[in-house]
Design a protein around this ligand. Structure first.
Ligand code: NAP
Length: 247
């Protein structure tokens, strides 16, 4: 039987590219997201090894649908990729900011970027192959550089979570790593927020003078989930074209 992978947020962008890469490596891939139509298109794009589960992985009541899809099979790879920058309801920030709005803004970003990974990982831990399972969490250059308020803080929180998880699972032969992408185009991440100037500023900030593409991140997942990643755990892997130097 093929090896099995779960990719949250596998319907678009980095997650879809990662799911496609894993299918190409021979995995059966379960992609998870909130929009059934988007997932259905992605399943067509990825091919017959993909199946979809429609679920909000920040909602504890919707996680069992993913656990059910995995069933009794050992899970080889879990890619926690679902996440988003959730803008403040009262943009520009601080204009009319009550504490309730601040709390709502921070909770939304922590739900979207931390709870998504914590809940899905917790629910799927019993299924992970031991030894040999691989867990990946998707952070952001914002965790290192700041600039995105509660989104930066939420992504940084993932680092601490991942390190604890790696410590807990090391002696069971399961690796846990964080991939921290820089600016990546060809995804829905920036929605309608990106301007030509914003794009150019981000490209200029790289040493390689180009934006990242979803496949650049998928290639890091390929390495971490393949034989080359066997001895790598508890690491933050930066894939950012050199826009943050060496940390
Ligand atoms: N693009 C960049 O420049 C960049 C840079 C650094 C880090 N990242 C991180 O990379 C990851 C992938 O981003 P992307 O660029 O590929 O953007 P994207 O196209 O917006 O992908 C995010 C995916 O996650 C899904 N998702 C979001 N919240 C979810 C939830 N609660 N439950 C289930 N699925 C959820 C979305 O689908 P639904 O809306 O249908 O649920 C979407 O398919 C994110 O964690 C993002 O923070 C991106």
């Amino acid at each position: 039987m093929s090896r099995l992978a779960v990719v949250s947020g596998g319907g678009t962008g980095i997650g879809r590219s990662t799911a496609g890469m894993l299918a190409g490596e021979g995995y059966d891939v379960i992609i998870v997201g909130r929009r059934a139509d988007v997932l259905a298109d992605a399943v067509k794009w990825i091919g017959p090894q993909a199946t979809a589960v429609t679920a909000d992985v920040a909602d504890p009541t919707q996680i069992p649908a993913v656990v059910e899809a995995v069933g009794a099979r050992p899970l080889d790879v879990l890619v926690n990729n679902a996440g988003a920058y959730v803008p403040s309801a009262d943009s520009p920030p601080g204009a009319d900011s009550t504490l309730d709005r601040v709390a709502e803004h921070w909770r939304a970003n922590f739900d979207s970027n931390v709870l998504t990974a914590v809940l899905l990982t917790t629910a799927l831990l019993p299924s992970l192959r031991r030894p040999g399972g691989r867990i990946i969490l998707t952070s952001s250059i914002a965790a290192q550089k700041g600039g995105c308020g509660p989104y930066s803080a939420a992504k940084a929180a993932l680092h601490g979570y991942a390190l604890d998880l790696a410590v807990d699972l090391g002696d069971e032969g399961v690796t846990v790593n964080v991939i921290s992408p820089g600016y990546v185009t060809d995804s829905e991440f920036f929605a309608d927020r990106m301007t030509p100037e914003g794009h150019q500023t981000r490209v200029d900030a790289t040493l390689l003078k180009r934006p990242g593409e979803p496949q650049d991140i998928a290639e890091a997942v390929r390495w971490l989930t393949g034989p080359g990643g066997a001895y790598v755990t508890a690491q933050i892997i930066n894939v950012n074209g050199g826009s943050v130097l060496g940390r």
